[in-house]
Design a protein around this ligand. Structure first.
Ligand code: HEC
Length: 158
């Protein structure tokens, strides 16, 4: 039970130490290159997925969410996305604690945009493209419903 978090922490610390360019990167966000997975995500082993999450996903997302709302996301962890007990649940998504979303184009979706304008803008313009790049996922194609979308990782409303 104890070894997994300390390994994750060691990897986080190692990656922080390695990237002395991090503060500079914050000031020139346009120029930041977001690394995708070392190979297609579907081909990665569980350990490789965990390593990519730890080295690339968590630090970048921590930075994004802190810039958006430092108070609300002052303790950003794997569990922020994956939910409490993530390890016990094999990091399965969706995390039931996330905001349930309605299908694209539905009235429910329009209501979510009206209820959470800033949150939706942040997710859509910052989190979604970053996460898509980090996973090396294809862009969402509305005609097929395939590709990366928020709806794939959030619980579904009704
Ligand atoms: C910003 C949100 C976010 C954060 C933070 C995050 N993850 Fe993930 N993680 C995801 C998403 C989305 C997927 C689903 C990728 C897929 O299956 O295509 C995922 C997938 C995974 C998987 C693969 C699960 C599977 O079924 O293949 C593992 C393992 C994992 N994450 C571990 C971690 C660990 C460990 C941390 C913390 C170091 C972490 N994640 C932090 C969003 C996140």
């Amino acid at each position: 039970m104890r070894s997994a978090p300390s390994l994750a922490l060691a990897l986080v610390l190692a990656s922080c130490g390695a990237s002395s360019a991090a503060p500079a990167a914050q000031t020139q966000t346009e120029a930041v290159v977001i690394p995708g997975p070392p190979r297609p995500w579907a081909e990665l082993t569980r350990d490789e997925r965990t390593a990519h999450m730890t080295r690339e996903v968590l630090p970048r997302m921590t930075e994004l969410f802190a810039a958006y709302d430092a108070t609300r996301y002052d303790a950003f962890t794997c569990a922020t996305c994956h939910g409490e007990g993530a390890r016990e649940h094999d990091y399965a998504m969706p995390n039931p604690a996330l905001l349930p979303l309605h299908p694209t184009g539905s009235e429910g979706q329009h209501q979510t945009v009206r209820d959470h304008p800033e949150g939706v803008r942040f997710m859509y313009s910052r989190v979604m493209p970053a996460m898509q790049a980090l996973l090396g996922a294809p862009e969402y194609d509305a005609s097929t419903g395939e590709g990366f979308s928020c709806y794939a990782w959030h619980p579904h409303a009704e």
